[in-house]
Design a protein around this ligand. Structure first.
Ligand code: ADP
Ligand code: MG
Length: 700
């Protein structure tokens, strides 16, 4: 009987119950298949040997040939350690064991040639290797099939319990011996030939035991492609199924509201990008499928008007619409803006937030249920169970990253049939990442700013230049402009940050004394009503300076504000800096962003600051951000599980991802249910993955 790859790992030669247990607990390896998919972190050139006198004090992984000339037990605080003196023709060093000493002592022979391998320590003028891999030179020479030695992921526990890299390699060899290294192909012959990929068996062999660097490269490529291909296949399938199964409300007409607004009340000409995006939305709304669309557009690119016009389409087809924003300030601002835009349209539009009065709430609830209310704007309050719509046709969510998948699904339940959903975000996510993270959403991008905007000038200033910066602010205020001064408040509750803010506020108040200057302050510990009051004073131009924390990060629109000072800018992430900067540059005047930092900057901080100085392009900034931080910290990726990639890297393997997506799409377009004989292997692999849950890890 041939061994199935689903065989529990316990049955593999060299494993046994206790090792099997460790492998399960430490690395999640349950089956042969799991072991096979334990890909090496890296490879070592095992044809390279160090001499003891070549070692350098830098904690490097080395391989040395020599003999143990004596063993010694050395007492230490707790128990004792076993020390072997290891010698080659250039010098001596030590091998050290803190555990398993008796076993080691019995297993290793004195005055016999060994190859030892491990990480060097340098202490008191002496080199040592703790818990080295050891192998008789005679055996080492026989085993040396490849110059590249796979180094497997490990844990402290594994190495403590004797599952060294050498043991892992041995176990892997046993797996290949037992299965004869023959594994079922998982990609179609057509893909293999079109992309010149090596077979699955070849790839697996060479990823574990590379014959040479060329084959290792091909093996990696093939396995990365396969991994990304099946994720894309899954995402695209999900999207297709969604479109065919989940019926939306078809908005058949473009009616009176939309047309009147477009012809008579549109305050400016739409940019081409806005027009294109509106067409994409219109096509979705007009189809039978439920829309699930992500609208990405840099700060100030004009997403709000797109949201409004989409909502008008809903109204024209007899449906209600709602718009949700993550903060009170933002929803008030949306409400005021949209109310103004719609005032001649005979539309009933209301605001619902956490601070709406009970009587007002009751009226809103009633008007929603009997259909008198057309558009509801609000915060999370909109999601409360008490809020019921007569017929919600479209829900717009502004600033996506503050809303999770959960909230989206809550929205769905507000109707018998799910409303169309438009999610808007000003945190640009590189398209490739968005494709993988939000695979179930369609994506529209506004990649053009309204005309006449002057690019914001960004500079970096050290704290020591504060006086000059203050003078600059004074000059701008003199010209009638307003300024933001933002302090980092990483956690709204962190008292230290809060103190920084208050100290900053006091010193600003000294530098800009009343009655010549008026200052607003807004932070997260204030009551919503106070926040709103202060905010409104700034919006109305009654105050010259707004001292704030990042609560003003999203959405706030004060066109007359032309200066953004960011204190301790090195403490902010790139996307946050970009968001903050987006608060200025909204009017006709030249705007400025000044990044204040101390002189002590890490390399990473320098790159962030320099990137901000160099570019205003949100997508470019997002790419740098992704490179600096990896996908793990990008909003939204945590839930998506895209980090569970086994071999591919979403950033570095961008090209492969594009290929994978292209081919997955091409195959599904021609054969959506994978019924063609040539796709049988893909269907089978896909089914297997679903069965053994491999693929579900990737999907939120
Ligand atoms: P965001 O995408 O950041 O939400 P907004 O929708 O708040 O951007 O728009 C930013 C500003 O640009 C607003 O004052 C808005 O009225 C204005 N605006 C939007 N579209 C255009 C356009 N096509 N032409 C001129 N101004 C526009
Ligand atoms: Mg906005």
């Amino acid at each position: 009987m041939s061994t199935s790859l689903q065989t529990p790992i316990d049955y593999l030669k060299g494993v046994g119950p206790s090792r099997a247990d460790l492998l399960r607990k430490e690395l999640g390896i349950h089956t042969y298949q799991d072991l096979l998919n334990l890909f090496p972190n890296r490879y070592l050139d095992r044809t390279k040997y160090f001499k003891i006198n070549q070692l350098q004090a830098n904690n490097a992984e080395v391989q040395i040939i020599g003999k143990i000339i004596k063993f010694e037990e050395v007492a230490q605080k707790k128990g004792k350690r076993l020390v072997a003196t290891f010698k080659d023709d250039t010098g001596v060093m030590e091998l050290v064991w803190f555990r398993g000493q008796k076993w080691i002592r019995d297993a290793l022979k004195l005055n016999t040639e060994y190859v030892v391998f491990g990480k060097t320590n340098y202490f008191n003028g002496k080199f040592s290797i703790p818990h080295p891999d050891t192998e008789l030179l005679s055996e080492h020479e026989q085993n040396l099939r490849s110059s590249m030695q796979a180094i497997y992921p490990s844990t402290e526990k594994l190495s403590n319990r004797g599952i060294s890299n050498r043991v892992m390699t041995k176990i892997m060899q046993n797996l290949f011996l037992e299965t004869k290294g023959r594994f079922a192909e998982t990609l179609s012959p057509k893909l293999l030939s079109e992309l010149k990929l090596i077979t699955k068996s070849e790839a697996l062999f060479n990823i574990h035991f590379p014959k040479n660097s060329d084959l290792l490269f091909k093996a990696k490529y093939r396995l990365k492609f396969e991994e990304l291909f099946y994720i894309q296949l899954q995402l695209i399938l999900k999207n297709l199924i969604h479109k065919s199964k989940i019926k939306g409300f078809p908005f058949e007409t473009v009616g009176a509201h939309f047309n009147t607004f477009f012809k008579q009340h549109l305050p400016f000409e739409l940019t081409n990008a806005q027009k294109r995006v509106l067409k994409e939305i219109r096509a979705d709304l007009g189809s039978n499928a439920q829309m699930n669309r992500l609208l990405q557009g840099d700060v100030g690119s004009g997403k709000t008007i797109v949201a409004l016009m989409s909502m008008l389409m809903a109204l024209d087809n007899g449906f209600q619409a709602c718009l949700m924003a993550p903060t009170e300030i933002l929803s008030v601002q949306h409400y005021n803006g949209l109310y103004e835009l719609c005032k001649d349209l005979n539309i009933n539009i209301k605001l619902l937030t956490g601070s709406s009065k009970t009587s007002e709430r009751k009226k809103i609830h009633e008007a929603l249920e009997n259909g008198e209310l057309d558009i509801l704007i609000g915060t999370h309050a909109v999601l409360e169970d008490k809020v019921k719509f007569k017929n919600l046709g479209l829900a717009v969510i502004d600033e996506q990253h503050r809303f999770g998948v959960e909230q989206r699904s809550k929205l769905w339940k507000k109707n018998t049939s799910p409303p169309h959903v438009l999610v808007m975000t000003a945190t640009p996510i590189p398209r490739t990442l968005a494709m993988s993270v939000y695979g179930d959403l369609d994506i529209s991008i506004i990649d053009e700013l309204p005309p006449g905007r002057k690019a914001i000038k960004t500079v970096h200033r050290y704290d020591t230049n504060r006086l000059k910066v203050l003078r600059f602010i004074r000059d701008e205020i003199q010209k009638g402009r307003q300024a933001y001064i933002v302090y980092p408040l990483i956690q709204e509750s962190a008292n230290m940050d809060y103190k920084d803010l208050m100290d900053g506020y006091e010193s600003i108040a000294r530098d800009f004394p009343m009655p010549d200057y008026q200052i607003s302050i807004v932070h997260g510990q204030m009551k919503p009503a106070d926040k709103e009051y202060e905010m409104q004073r700034f919006v109305k131009g009654e105050t010259n300076i707004m001292v704030a924390t990042t609560v003003i990060e999203v959405g706030v629109n004060v066109p007359n504000a032309s200066v953004m000072i960011i204190e301790s800018a090195e403490r902010f992430g790139l996307s946050q800096l970009h968001q903050l900067r987006g608060r200025v540059g909204r009017g006709a005047e030249q705007s400025f962003c000044i990044l204040m930092t101390s002189h002590k900057l890490s390399e990473n901080s320098k790159t962030r600051i320099q990137t901000m100085v160099n570019t205003n392009d949100g997508f470019e900034i997002a790419e740098v951000d992704l490179r600096l931080r990896g996908p793990g910290d990008i909003m939204g990726t945590q839930q998506s599980g895209i980090l569970n990639l086994r071999i591919a890297d979403i950033v570095k393997d961008n090209d492969i991802l594009q290929h994978a997506r292209y081919h997955a799409k091409k195959i599904l377009t021609s054969d959506p249910s994978l019924q063609a004989p040539e796709h049988a292997v893909i269907l089978e692999t896909y089914r297997q993955m679903a069965k053994y849950k491999n693929i579900w890890n990737y999907i939120s």
